[in-house]
Design a binder for this molecule. Structure first.
Ligand code: NAD
Length: 542
């Protein structure tokens, strides 16, 4: 089926495969995982389409099995950063002037390759090196990435269709959506393989050339993304991939006069420091750089006493513990009315007792390892502090063990004060902190939700009373860029819930939307007059 401008295929969400025991997709992904686990991948950088091996390598180890090496990736020195910038700029003329249909076709082909022959590899690499269970890998590395490619092509054509009026007759006004003049710098996080692919791809689709620095902790699946782009026909030099010291790389990239845009996803303090650095360099740039960043969160669940305790508990369990709480959208603070607390607590305990923790190689494990030792130590220190603090009580979990993998038990902390440290600090782990409020003070509790943190990424409210739903929605209007009513705050789907937060959580340019793609264009307005005037006098002159 086809629709829209120039007949692009209509974007539909990629169906999520089930991976049930005995299914062919489960057998294939587990066999691929095993092969990768026993193999030794060598991940080069990619500059001008060439594989660059510096010999300056770092090991890739599964977070759930950190003494086991599954490969290594090569890191850059300054000369590689310069080469990535200059080859991107050299590729710009051809890439920015090729028809948009050629660019669209590459990413549509990438989507189909990923839906088919690349699916098991992309998922297995994500399971192995980012410690995602098969379902979490499937919804990210396969489905969301496919959706980004398909929907962005459709959004691109929607943008092109937006043209000014041409009246009165005799003129033709039109706008060209040009790529930025220069190159885009994409910096991606570890936690979503799809985001890693989308940060360079969204800019490239709009005709930009890119220097992409993936997270060190996502290098394995980044290599699969590079292979996918290559097989889909992405020309050399359009997306150049470098690894290594992020400070050295960013200093060099941001010093280039041709730097024209930052597409960042990661933590808030790093985004703020990059923004500052761009500001300091502003006099050196040929153009004002576009700055797009999606950053941290302290995502909430708020329940009213008209809600259902089992639904609230289920939202907490899924929203806070899936992928070990390492989704930017993961709920990590909740506000529960006193009259419901015992029920919610009972359901939470029952659900967490069933949760299995371990390697993603065993699909029955709901929770796997957190990404690295630094993250493990940070989360464990907050849990241990809570154990010793009279203002906090560990209700569920609290255990952690890094002897084999970076495993942290799903943990629920009851906070006696609403601004207790784990109610306000992003830990990025499987830790939920709950504040119980007096039922009658529900309006004051909404203020706490709104005012306790600097973030505004995702949040959920639970109530069956429409007056309460409306009041809470209004009170929390600026507290979340993605707001959920009677649902967990995670699991945004491209094309359905465009994703992004405001306040300290980002520029809210909504990944997987036309708004995001627009940031990678600079409009040229063209007015053409068909019969050009020859008399300078207007009628009023008589
Ligand atoms: P991170 O900030 O540690 O790293 C992100 C990227 O920045 C990596 O590529 C890293 O190498 C790079 N980096 C690190 N230090 C840098 C520096 N000084 N200069 C330039 N680049 C630097 O984040 P992470 O641990 O990979 O991801 C987790 C964070 O990302 C969380 O805060 C999470 O909320 C956020 N996140 C947000 C969204 C969103 O859509 N809002 C999505 C995913 C992740």
């Amino acid at each position: 089926m086809a629709r829209g401008f120039f007949n692009v295929p209509k974007a539909v969400n990629e169906p999520v495969k089930g991976y049930a025991p005995g299914s062919p997709e489960r057998a294939e992904v587990l066999a691929t995982y095993k092969e990768m686990y026993n193999g030794n991948v060598d991940v080069p950088m990619h500059i001008n389409g060439e594989e660059v091996r510096t010999g300056n390598t770092k090991n890739i180890t599964p977070p759930h099995d950190h003494q086991h090496v599954v490969g290594q990736y090569h890191t850059a020195d300054i000369a590689h950063v310069d080469a990535a910038i200059s080859t991107a700029l050299a590729a710009r003329e051809a890439w920015s002037s090729v028809s948009w249909m050629e660019r669209a076709s590459i990413f549509l082909k990438a989507a189909e390759l990923l839906a088919g022959p690349y699916r098991a590899r992309m998922n297995a690499a994500t399971m192995l090196a980012q410690s995602k269970n098969v379902y979490q890998a499937e919804i990210d590395a396969a489905c969301e990435m496919i959706d980004f490619f398909r929907f962005n092509v459709e959004y691109m054509t929607d943008i092109f269709k937006d043209q000014p009026a041409s009246a009165p007759y005799g003129i033709w006004n039109r706008v060209e959506y040009r790529p930025l003049e220069g190159f885009v710098y994409a910096i991606s996080p570890f936690n979503f393989t799809s985001i890693a692919a989308n940060l360079p791809a969204a800019a490239a689709l709009m005709g930009n050339v890119v220097v992409w620095k993936p997270s060190d902790h996502q290098a394995y699946s980044a290599q699969v993304i590079v292979d996918l782009f290559k097989e889909a026909g992405l020309p050399d030099g359009v997306i150049n991939v470098i690894y290594g010291d992020p400070v050295m790389i960013s200093d060099r990239v941001l010093a280039s006069p041709d730097f024209s845009g930052l597409h960042f996803t990661g933590s808030t303090h790093i985004f703020k420091s990059l923004w500052k650095q761009i500001g300091n360099n502003i006099h050196h740039y040929k153009t004002y750089p576009r700055i797009v960043g999606e950053t941290g969160g302290k995502d909430f669940i708020w329940a009213h006493n008209s809600s259902n305790a089992l639904q609230v508990a289920t939202a907490i369990t899924r929203g806070s513990f899936e992928y070990q709480g390492q989704k930017c959208s993961a709920s990590s603070r909740a506000y529960i009315p006193a009259s419901m607390w015992e029920d919610v607590k009972g359901h939470l305990i029952a659900q967490s007792n069933e949760i299995k923790i371990g390697s993603p190689e065993d699909p029955s494990n709901f929770v796997n390892a957190v990404i690295h030792e630094g993250s493990f130590d940070k989360i464990a220190s907050f849990i241990d502090a809570a154990k010793a603090d009279p203002d906090a009580e560990i209700i569920i979990g609290g255990g952690h063990d890094k002897s084999v993998g970076y495993f942290i038990e799903p943990t629920v902390i009851l906070a006696k004060t609403p601004t207790y440290s784990t109610m306000t600090t992003e830990l990025f782990g499987p830790v939920m902190t709950i504040f119980v409020y007096e039922d009658a003070e529900w309006e004051a509790s909404l203020q706490l939700v709104d005012q306790s943190t600097e973030y505004a990424l995702t949040g959920a409210i639970f109530s069956t009373d429409r007056y309460i739903v409306e009041k809470a929605s209004k009170a929390l209007e600026n507290a979340a860029g993605n707001f959920y009513i009677n649902d967990k705050p995670t699991g945004a789907v491209v094309g359905q819930q465009p994703f992004g937060g405001a306040r300290a959580s980002g520029t809210n340019d909504k990944a997987g939307s036309a708004q995001n793609l627009l940031r990678w264009t600079s409009v040229r307005m063209i007015k053409e007059t068909f019969v050009t005037p020859t008399d300078y006098k207007y009628p009023f002159l008589g």
